[in-house]
Write a protein that binds this ligand. Structure first.
Ligand code: SF4
Length: 340
């Protein structure tokens, strides 16, 4: 079946890194996932991403360092104190140091992101940043995913050694959370002003969200001097009102990511990683999690092997090391790193 002419024109402009309007993105998202228009969007975005990262993947390990029942009670969150079954957890310093050494045993984890809940003690977080600085190879990018903050607090994290931060402008902010969208965006601006490489999240996307909801949130974080955007689906949590709503289907999520990738191809971040990929994180960034012993059933094994295999299976030819050099990502490398 022939491609819709208007969609083909918008996709072509995205491929050539022209500005796309929100209404144009919404038009592209009006096609069903797996339609010819959606498939072409996914293919073009993937090619843009592979060009931008020169077939080099990166690994980010997210470590929950301080978690527990969170009084912010966001309506979708597994830590919300009204629904959670997790207990308070602060990772032990010595155990944390050993975990960092284990994760960086082969020096090929580019980013370690320290995760807390919404009532985090930033002094505590700064101590954990110091442990990563001491234990990880030189060049490892240390980032944080923590609570809202002002300029001074963002600068404190920067001085402690953080070089990046994740912060989400959530869908349903102010309705499903007790935070105003402006507060979340102000925190992103504070993190940017402190000189941190910020990844802004568009999340948590559920099957009920419209193209207008998603594009509206994305265009609020675009051109805010962030380095990347992450487009993240909602995970059902028992006890929350969204548990029965299910999850956005993977093909639709791929279509959403692709359209937003094509919408922002023109954007050049203020802080540039070597081989960064596109503004919207694609498959070149393999993110894995560990360390969350406050949650029953959390993975205990080193997750980096999984990340290496994921990048290999997706066809990436190189892997960026902690020190920003690259290593060939071939079967021999997987064997040498105990990943197969
Ligand atoms: S602030 Fe963060 S950790 Fe706390 S309930 Fe909301 S999403 Fe969960």
């Amino acid at each position: 079946m022939a491609l819709d002419r208007e969609a083909a024109g918008i996709l072509s402009r995205g491929w050539y890194k022209e500005h796309l309007e929100p209404a144009e993105c919404e038009y592209l998202l009006s096609f069903r996932d797996r339609s010819s228009e959606a498939n072409l969007a996914v293919s073009l975005a993937d090619r843009l991403n592979r060009q931008a990262c020169t077939d080099t993947g990166r690994i980010c390990v997210r470590i929950a360092v301080a978690t527990g029942p969170c009084p912010a009670n966001c309506g979708f969150c597994r830590y919300a104190e009204s629904v959670t079954r997790c207990r308070f957890f602060d990772i032990d310093d010595a155990q944390f140091g050993r975990l960092i050494q284990e994760i960086e045993a082969f020096g090929d984890v580019r980013e370690i992101c320290l995760v807390t809940t919404g009532d985090a003690d930033l002094t505590n977080l700064c101590r954990y940043i110091g442990i990563v600085k001491d234990q990880a190879p030189k060049g490892t990018q240390i980032s944080v995913d923590t609570r809202d903050m002002d300029d001074g607090e963002a600068q404190t994290l920067r001085k402690a050694g953080a070089c990046g931060a994740y912060h989400a402008r959530r869908l349903g902010e102010g309705t499903d959370t007790q935070f105003k969208p402006e507060k979340r965006l102000n925190t992103i601006d504070s993190l940017v002003r402190a000189g941190l490489a910020v990844t802004a999240g568009v999340e948590p996307i559920g099957p009920e969200h419209t193209a207008a909801d998603i594009c509206g949130a994305f265009y609020e974080i675009l051109n805010r001097n962030c380095c990347h955007a992450a487009v993240v689906p909602r995970t059902p949590v028992v006890g929350t009102k969204f548990n029965s709503a299910g999850t956005v289907n993977p093909a639709r999520l791929a279509q959403i990511k692709a359209v937003l990738t094509l919408a922002s191809g023109w954007y050049i971040p203020r802080i540039r990683e070597p081989t960064p990929g596109c503004f919207v994180n694609g498959t070149s960034l393999a993110t894995v999690t560990c360390g969350d012993e406050g949650v029953a059933g959390a993975p205990k094994q080193n997750p980096v092997e999984t990340a290496r295999r994921r990048l290999f299976n997706a066809g990436y030819l190189h892997l960026m090391r902690a020190d920003s050099s690259a290593v060939d990502l071939d079967l021999g490398y997987l064997k040498r790193t105990d990943s197969v």
